[in-house]
Design a protein around this ligand. Sequence first.
Ligand SMILES: C[S@@+](CC[C@H](N)C(=O)[O-])C[C@H]1O[C@@H](n2cnc3c(N)ncnc32)[C@H](O)[C@@H]1O
Length: 212
Amino acid sequence: MSLLPEDIEQYVAAHTTAAPDFLDELERETKLKVLMPQMISGSIQGSTLAMFVHMMQPKSILEVGTFTGYSAIWMAQALADNGVITTVDINEELEDMVRNYIAKSQQAHKIRYVIGNALDVIPTLESTFDLVFLDADKVNYQAYYDMVFPKVRKGGFIIADNVLWGGKVAKEEKLKPNGEAIRRFNEYVHNDPRVENVLLPVRDGLMIARKL
Ligand SMILES: C[S@@+](CC[C@H](N)C(=O)[O-])C[C@H]1O[C@@H](n2cnc3c(N)ncnc32)[C@H](O)[C@@H]1O
C-alpha cells in the first residue's frame, strides 16, 4: 500500500519504533484470516498515528473504520489514561477478533467499539472530538467529514487515510468511483475555509485538517 520504493520503506520501518508483539500478531492474523488484509494500517502508519496522539494530546478520538482494531489500539496506547477512543465499523464478523486484541492490549478501558453503519452511528454520538480518523468506505468520506465537523472542537483535527489512492489521484485523469470520491474529498477539504490542511505522503497519504 505504501508509495515508497521497497528498500526505502524497509529503511523507514527499521528506523521507526516497532509495533509491540501482540500488534504484530494481530497484523499476521489479519493477513492470514481476513479478506482484504491490505486495509490494515501497518506499523509505520500505526506508529505515526500514535505519535500524532502523543503530540495532539486528545482526550476524545473518533475512528471511522475499525477493521481488525489495529489502528484503534495503536492510538489507544498513546492516549492518556482518562482518554476515550470511539471506533466504529459496520462489519460485525470481525467482532471476536477485535475484542480479543482489545483485551490483549490492556487498553480496553479507553476503547469504545461500536458496530454499525457510521452514517447512522455518527449522528448519535454526543461527544466532542479532539481528533477524528476517517478510514472507512471512500465514497462516504465527504459525508463523514461533514457529519463529524460540528462535533470536532475548534483547533481539533480530522485525519483521512488513503487520500493518494495509490498515486492515482495525481496521475490518472479518469478514476473508478472510490478514486473519484477521494479526489473530490481532497478538493473539498483543501478548499474548505474552515480548516488549514496538509496532505502528508505517509503510506497511501494522510489528509490532515485542523479546524480553525
Ligand atoms: C481500511 S479498513 C480500516 C482499517 C483500520 N483503520 C486499520 O488501520 O487497521 C475500512 C473499514 O471500514 C469499514 N466500513 C466500510 N463501510 C463502513 C460504514 N458505512 N460504516 C462503518 N464502517 C464501514 C469496513 O468494514 C472496514 O473494516
